[in-house]
Structure formats: C-alpha cells, structure tokens
Design a protein around this ligand. Structure first.
Ligand code: WT7
Length: 637
C-alpha cells in the first residue's frame, strides 16, 4: 500500500507510519522532495541521542521563506496569505496577499541588512499580534538571522535574561500592543530591559498604538523611516539567503524544572519539512481554506501553525490581535462568521473560559464554514471536548487533539482530521515518523496496553530540538539523559487497548497554566527575590479555567504591612521578575515548610494540600517537623 503526501484514509496512515519507521530515510526523502531546495541533501538523517547529535537533510541548501513565499508567487500571488483581525472590531482589518507579503518581507529584509543584521545574528522580536510580527519573523529567516520571539507577557527582566543568553544585538518591537481593554507599552518594557544590555546596537520600532516612546539617538530607529529609505532606493530585491539544512532557524525560550529558561533551537530544513507535513495532514488542509490558530506567535504554536506551517503550504492564515472575551465572549464566533473560517485551532483553556458564558454569545453566529476543530497546549477534559463538538462543530467537525512541545517543533501525537479516529481526551496515534514508548519508574519499557508510564520517543523526527542555545550539555541532561537512547518528553501518558495515547500531564516540576508552561523553580526564584521572603515552595492545583493554577507557600519574616499587602507585594515582584503570566493564583503565608531530615521540601504533601485533598496526605513521620503540616492544612487558601 502506498501513501500520498496528504494521507487520505486510515489504511494510508498505517502504510505511511509503517514505512516511516522501517525506512525513515526513504520516507522523509519522499516528503522533503516536495520543497524547493537550492541543492538536495547528501544524507537524510544522521543521529545519536547520546551527545545528542541530530542532523536532517545534511548537505542540503534551503531557505524557509523561499518555500513560504517565493514559490507560491506563480499560482497564489493574489491569494490572501495573512488575514489580520484587529483587537478592536471597529478598526480596519488587513489582508496581505502572497505577493504583498512577499514584497513586505523583501523590503524588511533590506531594512535588516541596512541596519547591519547578518546571517547567524540573533534578533529578538517583542511585538504584539500584528502582521509586522510575521513580517519580522519571515525577514529574519530570509536573511539567515536567528529570531528569538519573546511573548508580550514577559517582563523587562525576562527579556534582558534572554537577550544576554542569546547575545542578541538587534531588537524589533513596536510602541505598544492592544490586548482587550489593555494597551501594553512594549517599547517601554524594552527600554527597561536594555538598562542591563548595553551590547544591543539597534532597536527597530513599529508604530501601532502610537503610545509615547523614548527613542534613543544612535540606537533606536522607526520601522517606517527605515522602510521609506528602502523605497527611496528603488525597493531592491533581496534574494533569500542560501542556508545549510542544519543552520539554526530560531531560538524560543521555554521553562523547565530549573530556574532558568532554556533557549530551544530549531534547524532550518527539518523544521520546515515537519511543520508543513503535520499542518497538511493533521488539519487536512484544502486549497483556499482559511486557517485560524488563536495562539500568539510568541509561543511555538504560533511559530509552527500561524506562520511557517500554513505559509509553506500556501494556506491562508488568520492572525487575531485580541482576546476571546473582548469586546464580548462572542469574539471568536464573530471572526469565524466574518471570514468564513474553515479550521479553528485553539486551547482547552480558551474553550473552558468561553463555556462559562453559556450559549448566548453563539446566538446568530454562522459557524457553518467550520470543517475542522483543533486543540493544543494541555489535556482537554471531556466536558470541554463535548461542548466544542456540539456547540462549535455542531457534531460535524472532527476535533484533532494535538500533543507536542516547544522542543518537538511540530505535532507528534494527534488524530488526522476525519481520517483517523478521534477519542475525547486522547491525542490518539503518533504522526508518521514518530515512535512513542512508555517507561516505568525503573526505566523499563512497558509494552502492554491499558497502562500509564513516562512518555519517550525512540528516534528523531525532522523537527527534534537540536540544542539549547549556548549550553548543549543542558539539552542532553534535560531530554536525553533520563533514559538511555530516548528523548524524554517530561509528560506522562496512558495507552489504551487500541494503542491510543492520552497525555496525563507533566511528571516534572513544570506547570501548565492556561496552556503556558511555567517552571515552579522559576516562580520560586522570583518570589524569593522579594525582601522579607525567607523561602517559598510553588506547586500547581487544578483550576477550572486555567487547567492548573499556581499555589505558593511562602515563609515571610518581614514586618511591612498586613498579610494581604504582603501577598500583593509578592505578586508584584513575580510580575516584575517574570511577567504577569506567572503571577500566583494563591499565596499562603506559612511559618515553615514540610521538609525531610535532609532538608528536601516534600512537594507531594504541598500538592495534596493545594489540591484540597487534606485527608490524603499520607505518611508524615519522616518529616523534620510533622506539626507544620497541620498548621499549613489549617491555613489553606
Ligand atoms: C507541554 C508543552 C505544543 C504547543 C503548546 C505548548 C502539554 C501540549 C497537549 C495536548 C495534553 C498537551 C504537555 C507538553 N501539552 N499539547 N494536546 N494534550 N497535553 O507547548 O509550552 O512547549 O508545552 O504542553 O504537557 O509537554 P509547550
């Protein structure tokens, strides 16, 4: 049985998967031949997980923006590439055709060049969800610079840490961003970040909200002025830079179980091939369809399924600046209706928050254009799954539950819309090229079904993480050292009698708050920076809308204000150090923490308390001071 690029039946899926694991080189060579290469690769894949060293399409020469833009100019020049819906529904929307997007990316590539950006340079992008963000990303890739997009919810301190880690000397930002009723002063956050980053040479500022900004002579320039210079010079062409397959394409920082975020690095060719292949297959994209992914480009979902996957497939991608509840909880449905969206890809947390508004916001909204629904970011509970199915998909749209990670670049486990079976709350089956396995505590493979274990992947797929920027050893210890010769995901999973996977959640100290990944150690570090805080311990607890909420137990010795004021000060500190996205939902001031005799905090106990399972705390006799548990139980917030 053979299979096409776009899998069309369960049998074809099985044939593709079988071929992909038995003859990965043949399989991926077939898939990769659907792209434009300046030069074909010498070797499809070369890898070992011990260093780790993972190389795909080595010897190949390629540029991802050529594949996203130039090659579509022949037959899709006038087709919308990006549809942009502003935060305020009364403002004008924008549509950029492939020809227009290409022109703007070429123009901005020239701006980058004129400002000294060269192949291999790191460029930090800190912008709201406007088309210029996609243009900046694509222009970096076109000139061969490594972009590092930072989500707008991160603080000046977080930005400065990332700038230093990546040694990024260029920044692209805008004056401000609109998010619901808020106006976020992005440039001013950048200015604060740069107090500690004198190595930054150039900040390019796009005007969006027209908030007052301080423009520093010699360092800061306006995007519009720079574009005008390129126009005055007659809009010269900028042929895409010829990149080696394994050249880094971007860095994206993500939280882990230590205090410091890791710069996940993806490589040009493998990332391009895999995001395209998964986009086309998971969503079963059809020509001319409108794909609406509600994520922010500051996260991997936006990189892979707003920008690179859809554009490399010649799709029309819809970018939305705002939030689901502004000006009211019907906003997503207005957008679906207005543009006749065909594919809607969102997060369980968004579905749950909209469910809470009931069915009123759906009245008089025509959702009949929808063909496929998707979810990503966290396990979806059955109630949310059924609501999505009944009220949004009207029981006619397959729902794809896509499991993946920043490190995996693209979807690893998911059903294929309408092609392979769905099962509520199950991500189901692996994509071609992906070999999941489950391991027990001792590191032995569990081969039976109806079991739970730690989820690992046996062999590389093209968009496997290549390294953590500037610290390869960290990449090895984090992902490739827990189990020999395996990529460890950090997630637990259950496998049912049909071999379908259900992701049960993180097994490390990483929280998933509204689909955002936050390390408990990072939050603890931030809390501990507050004067008067002696020690803290952060755990997650089930939250109706966010999936997980952040619960902080804090030993505070200061004397400054009432406990309520102290809690507000601690929250402000976290916001200042990491950003508003990491603010604890609950803070409990305690006089001590449950510790073993060797001084280790017993998080298991704190987790039970935070979850409200006060009678399931278990044995506390090994604790240094068992009485503290009673005190903490009494003070639970
Ligand atoms: C973690 C990765 C991948 C894009 C968004 C998040 C959790 C992701 C699912 C899903 C259950 C999921 C996992 C994973 N996760 N998708 N469909 N079902 N859990 O990317 O920030 O790198 O987080 O999100 O725990 O490890 P990320």
């Amino acid at each position: 049985m053979s299979y096409p690029y776009q899998i069309k039946s369960l049998e074809e899926y099985k044939a593709a998967w079988k071929k992909s694991v038995e003859e990965p080189e043949h399989f991926w060579a077939d898939i990769a031949s659907n792209f434009h290469w300046y030069k074909k690769w010498d070797k499809v894949v070369d890898w070992n997980f011990t260093e780790p060293s993972i190389k795909w399409f080595e010897g190949g020469k390629v540029n991802i923006t050529y594949n996203c833009l130039d090659r579509h100019l022949v037959d899709k020049a006038d087709q919308p590439a990006i549809i942009w819906e502003p935060n305020d529904p009364n403002d004008h929307h924008r549509i950029l055709t492939y020809a227009q997007l290409h022109e703007k990316v070429v123009q901005f590539s020239n701006v980058l060049k004129n400002n000294g950006v060269k192949k291999g340079d790191r460029v930090c992008i800190y912008m709201g969800m406007i088309p210029e963000l996609a243009i900046a990303v694509l222009a970096c890739a076109r000139v061969g610079a490594i972009h590092s997009v930072i989500f707008g919810g991160f603080s000046a301190q977080s930005i400065s840490d990332r700038l230093q880690d990546a040694q990024a000397v260029f920044i692209i930002t805008c004056d401000g961003a609109f998010r619901g009723a808020k106006d976020i002063p992005l440039k001013s956050v950048i200015d604060d970040a740069l107090v500690n980053c004198a190595f930054v040479k150039r900040v390019i500022v796009y005007t969006h909200t027209r908030t007052a900004v301080s423009m520093i002579k010699g360092r800061d320039v306006w995007w519009e002025d720079e574009v005008r210079k390129v126009e005055t010079a007659g809009n010269p062409d900028f042929p895409a830079e010829v990149m080696d397959a394994e050249d880094p394409l971007f860095i994206l920082y993500t939280s882990g179980s230590t205090g410091k975020p890791k710069g996940v690095v993806h490589a040009c060719a493998g990332y391009m091939v895999y995001t395209n292949y998964t986009f086309v297959n998971v969503f079963q994209y059809q020509p001319k369809e409108i794909h609406f992914c509600t994520a922010d480009i500051g996260w991997i979902t936006g990189h892979s399924y707003i920008v690179y996957g859809p554009l490399s497939a010649g799709a029309t991608t819809l970018m939305f600046e705002g939030i689901p509840t502004y000006p009211d909880a019907g906003r997503f449905w207005d957008i679906v209706d207005k543009y006749k969206v065909n594919i809607l890809y969102t997060a369980p947390t968004a579905i749950r928050s909209l469910m809470a508004f009931g069915l009123d916001p759906l009245k008089n909204k025509d959702l009949s254009s929808l063909r496929v629904l998707g979810t990503v970011g966290e396990p979806i509970n059955e109630e949310a799954w059924h609501w999505y199915d009944e009220h949004i998909g009207k029981k006619k749209c397959p729902i794809v539950d896509t499991w993946w990670q920043t490190e995996t670049g693209g979807v690893l486990i998911s059903n294929l819309a309408g092609i392979t079976p769905a099962k509520p709350s199950f991500a189901t089956l692996p994509m071609p090229g992906v070999e999941p396995i489950l391991l027990d505590e001792k590191g032995n493979e569990i081969t039976e079904n109806n079991v739970t274990g730690n989820l690992c992947i046996k062999s590389p797929w093209p968009s496997t993480i290549r390294t953590t920027y500037g610290d390869h050893e960290r990449c090895r210890t984090n992902y490739f050292a827990t189990y020999e010769n395996l990529y460890f995901t950090g997630d637990g999973a259950y496998r049912d009698e049909n071999g379908f996977y259900r992701i049960t959640g993180r097994v490390d100290d990483v929280l998933n708050v509204s689909g955002h990944r936050i390390g408990t150690a990072e939050v603890e570090n931030a809390i501990n920076m507050h004067a008067g805080v002696v020690e803290s311990a952060v755990v997650g607890y089930p939250h109706d809308v966010k999936g997980q909420g952040i619960y902080a137990f804090v030993i505070y010795s200061g004397t400054h204000g009432t406990p309520e004021m102290v809690k507000k000060d601690i929250t402000a500190t976290v916001s200042r150090i990491i950003g508003p996205i990491a603010k604890p939902d609950k803070i409990q001031l305690v006089s001590g923490l449950p510790k073993t005799r060797s001084g280790k905090i017993m998080r298991r106990i704190l987790r039970k308390i935070a979850e409200g399972e006060l009678d399931k705390i278990g044995d506390t006799t090994t604790l240094l001071d068992p009485a503290i548990v009673e005190e903490i139980k009494k003070g639970k917030v």
